[in-house]
Ligand binder design. Structure first.
Ligand code: SF4
Ligand code: SF4
Length: 124
């Protein structure tokens, strides 16, 4: 307690005598560059990835829930015939998670959003 009182007294004296500058003038002021709402929404926080082994679409199911749920049209049906599958466009995906939320596969969803550091942006 004594230490605190001493420190406060020193600070007061310093401020009064002009030897100590107020804290807000010493901390560097850093501000994020201004962004539009559109830019904020488009800033990727992750990347969705489809597990073709568990996804219902290429395995006889008719599910395309993730395609319908994606607000950025980043999930699509690719290929044809036996090769048709769900694919994520890594340039469009923001990692919002809407696709993962609607995927009916359990216990682990067939489409999962990975953090950017784990996301392999070229192999979906
Ligand atoms: S994480 Fe969002 S943007 Fe990316 S594919 Fe899923 S729904 Fe679309
Ligand atoms: S919602 Fe899940 S099961 Fe359905 S198509 Fe997408 S990844 Fe496959």
């Amino acid at each position: 307690m004594d230490v605190l009182v001493h420190a406060q007294a020193h600070l007061r004296i310093g401020l009064l005598s002009g030897n100590v500058r107020p804290l807000h003038t010493r901390v560097p002021q850093r501000r994020a560059a201004p962004m539009t709402v559109e830019e904020k929404c488009r800033r990727p926080v992750g990347l969705a990835r489809v597990d073709r082994n568990t996804c219902q679409f290429p395995n006889g199911g008719e599910c395309t829930s993730c395609v319908a749920a994606c607000p950025w049209e980043a999930v699509m049906v690719a290929g044809d015939g036996f090769d048709s599958h769900i694919q994520v466009d890594s340039e469009r995906c923001t990692g919002c998670g809407a696709c993962e939320a609607v995927c009916p596969v359990r216990p682990s969803r067939a489409i999962v959003v990975n953090p950017p550091i784990q996301a392999d942006r070229f192999h979906n």
